[in-house]
Design a protein around this ligand. Structure first.
Ligand code: NAI
Length: 680
């Protein structure tokens, strides 16, 4: 067999009798593994097994920048029973076993993403050769989908590099660059592209000894050591996530503790464990989150516009960090502020950001070169996009847009980062309004993936498209939101934050309130969140929402602001802070939280969410869920706020809401959005 092609694989034999299997998934820009591709691979391997004089095998990809990105999530998403899941897992395991058992050397030649099932396939080869390329990355990100590796990853990786290092990769889901993977003992060589064939020939012809874990790493796999290290790993995971909410990393550790990874049974254990995990609500919801993220990405078509130069006005908390992020992502950025000291502080923060994200000093220097101080605003004339992030004062912003209208080039678009001011009020000039959108970033800019792209009838849809394209260019997630008070995220979050203060006013300890929210899955309790945002900022946001939507604000927050207790930044808010660390009161062990506390918190959000849907502030429920997950950290394992509503049952939640309205008054009255959403 010199040539034996299938729909997705090309198979060639070279002059050394080496077989080259090249994966080129039909109809797709990237390679991902599905049942057909695995069946074809098995068919090819079985043919190769019976072919005389084969001396070695290479697996590579025909796709640019992508070896294999993992398993095809779409196919796994539709599995209904643990048995169906087990079948597909066992299929992959048995194909990879045929590959691993071939009697001659095998090489995975890897350029681009080598993730999940793709990484497991590479682990089943005797050698791995990585091409020098920043896109070449190794990782097992399965925990992000609520599962752990299932095609031998939890067995072969601990065998190769020791259990502790392997588990650290599996439970974090983080990706490694090629040099880091080499250092860790995962790949056998990292070479420039031009030397790829030479390197492959070296391994296949000379058959050097395979890399093995160091003795220290091997010790971590010993039966007496595993339970001790395993318990330590479990404690480490439990500090970050709740086992009931995210069982997968705990299951991966348990597999390792309970199994001798040298034994074949370890594969069966892995298969059983993952097929159970695939049936959990957590996994289904995390897959949903993956699709939500894809949906937001698709809003921004990068080729809709080019951004060579961005000018940011306002170098404070937001503007400084937005400018630094743009420069980090490769855009020439000028930063303007009337206060030179604030500019200096922004540049110091930018340097920290670049050092954290960029490995090489020359890359840090290049990023610093891209970010230019521009106190006089010379950059306005050349910028493709001008982002306004000055103080939240309407007159100051209006005056600035008048200047921008005079000085900016005609094609440039304007953006405002305002949290509260409707776009229409930022200029009286329709020509300015036609090119103005809101780009509402969240604080801290570097950590929050979401940007609300605020749209209104006053500008062309082309300007919105460009805004979305810009957000994708800087690798954030654009969410289209109609211009309305609080937009989406703050409109939903604010009633929840205020409810937590009403709870304090009814005598419930802040620590207990935060605990209830955290038990629901929120990354941080609402009281600590208010302290972190700043009580003054929250009060300002609450007052501006009240001005348009009505409602009352609890007195406590006003009293604390008047007293200068603004939260973490002043070391005193609802909690006290020492060296930046929160000090929380302990709760008496006999204290019993009223049973409706979680409902009060969560239904405050649900009620506002219904209003947003009713007012069509966002296109649909999926967008709302995406906004809450990526903009507030709403627990991903719940699949979003509206997914929580669907899972809990709308009639039941409405009933609870009505009960809360009877107990606590008007703020819990179901708004008209409930009727609209339910089509009545
Ligand atoms: P900030 O007070 O930290 O920074 C504002 C900066 O603008 C100051 O450095 C000030 O010197 C400068 N400035 C004021 N007028 C100027 C002018 N005419 N020309 C040049 N510079 C001028 O404010 P922050 O927090 O960065 O907020 C900026 C905008 O972002 C506001 O519209 C705010 O509503 C919005 N926002 C704030 C968030 C936050 O968490 N702080 C989150 C999302 C949006």
């Amino acid at each position: 067999m010199d040539k034996l092609n299938t729909q997705n694989w090309n198979c060639n034999r070279d002059e050394n009798n080496f077989i080259w299997l090249t994966l080129d998934k039909a109809g797709s820009k990237i390679n991902s593994l599905n049942v057909e591709i695995l069946e074809e691979l098995l068919y090819l391997l079985q043919n190769i097994q019976t072919t005389a004089s084969v001396a070695g095998l290479v697996i590579q990809s025909a796709k640019h920048n992508n070896f294999i990105a993992g398993a095809d999530i779409e196919q796994f998403n539709h599995l209904e029973t643990p048995d169906a899941a087990l079948n597909i897992i066992q299929q992959g395991q048995s194909v990879f076993k045929v590959l691993a058992d071939l009697p001659y050397p095998t090489v995975a030649l890897i350029q681009g993403h080598c993730l999940g099932g793709g990484f497991e396939l590479a682990l089943a080869c005797r050698y791995r050769v990585a091409i020098e390329d920043p896109k070449t990355q190794f990782g097992l990100p399965e925990v992000k989908l609520g599962i752990h590796p299932g095609w031998g990853g939890t067995v072969r990786l601990p065998r190769l590099i020791g259990g502790l290092k392997a588990l650290e990769l599996i439970i974090s889901g983080r990706a490694l660059t090629a040099p880091s993977a080499y250092k860790m003992g995962i790949v056998d060589a990292v070479v420039p592209l031009r030397q790829a064939h030479r390197a492959v020939n070296h391994f296949l012809l000379n058959r050097p000894k395979v890399r093995v874990a160091t003795w220290v790493d091997r010790i971590t796999n010993l039966p007496v050591i595993r339970p001790i290290l395993g318990a330590w790993l479990e404690r480490k995971i439990a500090m970050k996530v709740n086992r009931a909410h995210y069982p997968a990393p705990f299951a991966a550790v348990l597999n390792w503790i309970e199994n001798d990874i040298r034994a074949e049974e370890a594969f069966a254990y892995e298969a059983n464990s993952i097929s159970q995990l695939m049936m959990t609500d957590t996994s289904r919801n995390l897959v949903r989150v993956f699709y939500l993220q894809e949906k937001l990405k698709n809003y921004g078509k990068i080729d809709a516009a080019t951004f060579n130069h961005v000018h940011v006005v306002g170098a404070g908390t937001m503007g400084g960090d937005i400018a630094a992020w743009c420069a980090l992502k490769g855009i020439r950025t000028t930063l303007q502020d009337q206060n030179v000291q604030i500019m200096a502080a922004a540049f110091a923060r930018a340097l920290d950001l670049f050092k954290k994200h960029l490995k090489e000093p020359h890359q840090v220097k290049a990023a610093m070169d891209r970010l230019m101080p521009d106190p006089n605003g010379y950059g306005i004339r050349n910028a493709d996009l001008i982002i306004e992030a000055i103080v939240e004062k309407i007159d100051a912003k209006k005056a600035l847009f008048a200047v921008l209208a005079r000085e900016a080039k005609k094609e440039a678009i304007f953006a405002t980062n305002t949290s509260t001011i409707p776009l229409e009020q930022l200029s009286a000039d329709p020509k300015v309004l036609a090119r103005l959108i809101g780009l509402h970033f969240f604080n801290p800019v570097a950590k929050m993936p979401l940007v609300e792209v605020i749209t209104s009838d006053i500008h062309d849809s082309e300007v919105t498209q460009k805004g979305m394209a810009f957000i994708r260019t800087i690798e954030k997630l654009p969410l289209p939101v109609k211009s309305a008070p609080g937009f989406l995220v703050n409109r939903i979050l604010m009633p929840y934050l205020l409810e937590s203060i009403w709870l304090i006013e009814s005598g419930i300890p802040p620590t207990a309130i935060d605990k209830a929210a955290e038990a629901f899955g929120m990354p941080m309790g609402p009281i600590e969140l208010i302290d972190t945002i700043g009580l003054d900022v929250c009060l300002y946001g609450a007052e501006s929402l009240r001005a348009s939507l009505g409602g009352t604000i609890p007195q406590t927050v006003k009293t604390l602001v008047e007293a200068g207790h603004l939260g973490k930044k002043t070391n005193q808010g609802f909690y006290t802070y020492k060296n930046g660390k929160v000090i929380k009161q302990t709760i008496d062990k006999h204290y019993r939280l009223p049973e409706d506390v979680t409902d009060r918190l969560i239904l405050s959000m649900v009620n506002s969410a219904m209003a947003c849907l009713g007012e069509k502030i966002i296109p649909d429920r999926d967008c709302l869920d995406a906004g809450m997950i990526f903009g507030t950290g709403f627990p991903p394992f719940r699949g979003g706020l509206m997914n929580f509503v669907a899972e809990s049952g709308e009639p039941l939640l409405l009933q609870k809401l009505n009960l809360l309205a009877q107990r606590y008054g008007e703020r819990f009255t179901a708004n008209s959005g409930w009727n609209v959403v339910n089509g009545s």
